[in-house]
Design a protein around this ligand. Structure first.
Ligand code: HEM
Length: 197
């Protein structure tokens, strides 16, 4: 496939940016129009959690998609997808800290110890921070490509923890977490097979 022009890449980035803003704009719109249902905190927690996980899956889809289609310019939106996942993770965490726990840090520490799904989600969130902090070209140069790549392999563990977090919190129907688990198995399995080959 021929390389994309600068204008095509700009359009691709703009489209991804707008699409990634959509969940936030939807939440703002629903918030302003009273459309968040009877339990707005639960609605926001579920929406931001879902988009964090979807963002992580989309970020992990970039490499297999590039390899399958030969459309290497897709790499130009991977960082943006990763940063949007982090952004929604921050909103998700902030919803918990602010609206759910009212900044009661003692209660939160207890919660992290007591509820395994919170422990796992919290670990995933903490691990996302160094990836977001080192996402710039400047940080790639400072760390060196090899070390940077090693560090950013943490995203595999983060996605696994994210799916585990979801599976652990669901009380009855495991269908959704199992769908995410299947997609993640495909995405990570693809990488293993590609390496082995
Ligand atoms: C990468 C990190 C994380 C991911 C991918 C993630 C993802 C999710 C997902 C997909 C849901 C369920 C959405 C639904 O039911 O439709 C959820 C719910 C939830 N998450 Fe997270 N989460 C993360 C981190 C955290 C953190 C750090 C906390 C708090 C310390 C947290 C607290 C919660 C809570 C309280 C719920 C709702 C539980 C319930 O309904 O009973 N999550 N999260």
């Amino acid at each position: 496939m021929t390389a994309a022009s600068a204008a095509q890449i700009r359009r691709l980035k703009a489209a991804v940016f707008l699409l990634a803003c959509f969940p936030l704009l939807r939440l703002i719109f629903l918030g302003l129009s009273g459309g968040l249902g009877t339990n707005p905190i639960e609605f926001i927690t579920h929406s931001t959690g879902t988009w964090t996980l979807v963002g992580l899956m989309l970020t992990l889809t970039v490499t297999p998609l590039r390899q399958l289609t030969g459309w290497h310019s897709l790499i130009r939106v991977r960082r943006m997808l990763g940063l949007f996942s982090f952004f929604y993770a921050c909103l998700h965490f902030l919803t918990y800290v602010w609206l759910d726990q009212f900044f009661d840090f003692a209660a939160m520490i207890k919660d992290v110890y007591k509820r395994p799904f919170i422990t796992v989600g919290f670990a995933a969130f903490l691990l996302l921070i160094p990836l977001a902090v080192t996402s710039s070209n400047n940080m790639i140069r400072r760390l060196g490509a090899k070390r940077w790549q090693m560090l950013h392999r943490l995203v595999y563990a983060i996605a696994i923890l994210g799916v585990l977090h979801y599976a652990w919190l669901v009380k009855k129907d495991l269908t959704q977490p199992l769908i995410y688990a299947a997609v993640l198995t495909l995405l990570l399995g693809w990488r293993l097979v590609h390496r082995w080959r």
